[in-house]
Design a protein around this ligand. Sequence first.
Ligand code: KIV
Length: 288
Amino acid sequence: MTHAVSHAPEQGKVGPTLYGGKGTRRITVRDLTQAKERGEKWPMLTAYDAMTASVFDEAGIPVILVGDSMGNCHLGYDTTVPVTMDEMTLLSAAVVRGTSRALVVGDLPFGSYQEGPVQALRSATRLVKEAGVGAVKLEGGERSLAQTELIVQSGIPVMSHLGLTPQSVNAMGYRVQGRGDEAAHQLLRDAKAAQDAGAFAVVLELVPAELAAEVTRSLHIPTVGIGAGSECDAQVLVWTDALGLTSGKLPRFVKKYAELRQVMGEAARAFAEDVVGGTFPQEEHSFH
Ligand code: KIV
């Protein structure tokens, strides 16, 4: 595992494409803008620890999000709402340590930016200085305009998150956003506001595919879809969903690329049976 700082000067190569290129430096937000200009799509996965992040980094995933989905997917909370800045900082630092190429984006947790721009800048600065993330993400377009502007003006790249914003689950529930003319226009205004405030990308979560396509066409910054159809510039999935570690029913927009829960359960049972049956350890595992 490497211990790399994400704001290394932009020298060296990132590879011919964002995904998969070996590269000799960390990916920057500028690389993402250029990918949109080339019409190149890219993948983003979440990660919450150094080991998982290193697997995704080695696989060539160009952007890793330390999402506040760590609340339900890693820390055992019911929602993202309880996640704290201390938890986000600790786990973001681990993800940065586990990567050398990916741009690491740290989520600003609920309560760490809603009070206003000064609180938002303080939280973003902490994630950059203490964890070493290359960018932060926050929820809201027009409603988070002042926060986005101040953070960007201070030199920290911001990814905006629109559509279903899980930190507002108590107000909006989990349902498709942007349906109907008024809601669709609001989403377009939010996306434009985020771009005008200086955001480098916009996550669109649970948004009708046609609306996400329209937002994607109307922005010069990339859109990152999750449950937002195929026309977005990038796609993100929560890693525990995508690799089959999450138990229970998954949202319809998730595609499972592995069955890790089954693989890990079988491995744990095989180990237990070896121990109980006295077949582990054997001679080759022993010292004399
Ligand atoms: O926290 C998270 O994982 C996210 C993604 C779903 C975009 O915000």
